[in-house]
Design a binder for this molecule. Structure first.
Ligand SMILES: Cc1cc2nc3c(=O)[nH]c(=O)nc-3n(C[C@H](O)[C@H](O)[C@H](O)COP(=O)(O)O)c2cc1C
Length: 313
């Protein structure tokens, strides 16, 4: 396995939210406490994705958030020129990639590797443009296909490879195939569902793509469990994603087994400055909780503290 580089503080943005190079630069300038940045998923060709509305973002932050972006992306050539000009001073760059076939995943990995400290393979985006035929909505539900993708990406790059799982399946079987295929860690995980939100006045689905992946607080218990189970099974580096909005969420994911913590939905609707302030609050809260102990002492802690199952009579 290839070790991940040190990412300190162990906070990153989640792919798709504040995930373009100019935002990373703005984050660095505003003193964000992010040790790494994850790009929007880069695909093999430029793609528009769904038209608006693509996000359901309720005023009440405890309510479910849905998105149906369907992986819009600029062309790989534009990514190459943008990333060539991105000179991060303090942070590492994680390039998220996707494709329409294992070969396309490998091709994008090859092109993005010169700029990346880590390659994150997006195996599970439940959103698509209506009528579109894509493996992205189901790839993360197919262990063999996911393993094939990871094997091809592994052969295409010398960077550490993170397999970002979908919660919408037997993710342990998918994770096992990915780890056997040479993944260096897991992303736990992508969005749930997809789900549906209806606008009562017009009696129509709100999202242009009709359905959308669920993120934010509603997703947290699901991906926390995924983190917990993946750590118990594989003991590998894990990036925890799903509803991290406060230091308590970060601590829970670390205790479940995440060594890196991704913030996505909690950034939605915030300016870069506000998002940077949130990262400061989260990291200060984690440091206060740690009382001088290293962050690594938290990782997987719940597995050490959980009582064994009581014996059945
Ligand atoms: C608007 C939006 C766009 C997203 N785009 C991507 C993407 O391009 N690639 C990807 O791997 N995940 C994408 N995701 C999933 C997030 O990276 C993350 O895994 C998920 O939202 C859970 O984290 P959160 O609850 O903090 O948002 C997206 C999520 C949202 C809300």
């Amino acid at each position: 396995m290839i070790a991940l580089p040190e990412i300190h503080p162990p906070l990153v943005n989640a792919s798709g939210i504040l995930s373009y190079p100019e935002v990373f630069r703005a984050f660095e300038k505003s003193g964000a406490r992010l040790g790494g940045y994850v790009t929007k998923s880069v695909g093999p060709v430029e793609k528009e994705g769904n038209l608006n509305p693509v996000v359901v973002l309720p005023d009440d932050p405890s309510q479910p958030v849905l998105n149906s972006l369907a992986l819009p992306t600029q062309s790989p050539a534009e990514w190459e020129s943008d990333l060539a000009e991105l000179h991060l001073e303090r942070s590492k760059l994680i390039v998220s990639i996707y494709g329409g076939s294992p070969e396309e995943f490998a091709e994008v990995a090859t092109r993005m590797s010169p700029f990346a400290d880590v390659i994150e393979v997006n195996l599970g985006c439940p959103n698509k443009v209506p009528g579109e035929e894509t493996i992205m909505e189901s790839i993360g539900q197919k262990p063999e296909l996911s393993g094939h993708v990871i094997r091809m990406v592994r052969d295409a790059t010398e960077r550490p490879v993170i397999a970002k799982l979908s919660p919408n399946t037997d993710y342990l079987a998918v994770a096992e195939a990915c780890m056997n295929a040479g993944a260096d860690g897991l992303g736990c995980g992508n969005t749930l569902g997809p789900g549906l939100a209806i606008d009562i006045p017009t009696q129509k689905a709100i999202l242009a793509g009709t359905t959308g992946g669920i993120s934010g607080p509603a997703l947290k218990p699901v991906n926390l469990r995924m983190t917990y189970e993946c750590y118990a099974r594989f003991g590998c580096p894990i990036i925890g994603y799903g509803g991290i909005a406060a230091w308590e969420d970060a601590i829970e994911y670390a205790l479940a087994g995440a060594c890196l913590l991704g913030i996505g939905t909690a950034f939605l609707g915030k300016s870069t400055l506000e998002a940077a302030e949130l990262t400061g609050k989260i990291w200060e809260g984690v440091l206060a909780y740690l009382k001088g102990a290293p962050f690594s002492s938290l990782v997987g802690g719940v597995h050490r503290h959980s009582a064994p199952e009581p014996a059945r009579a």
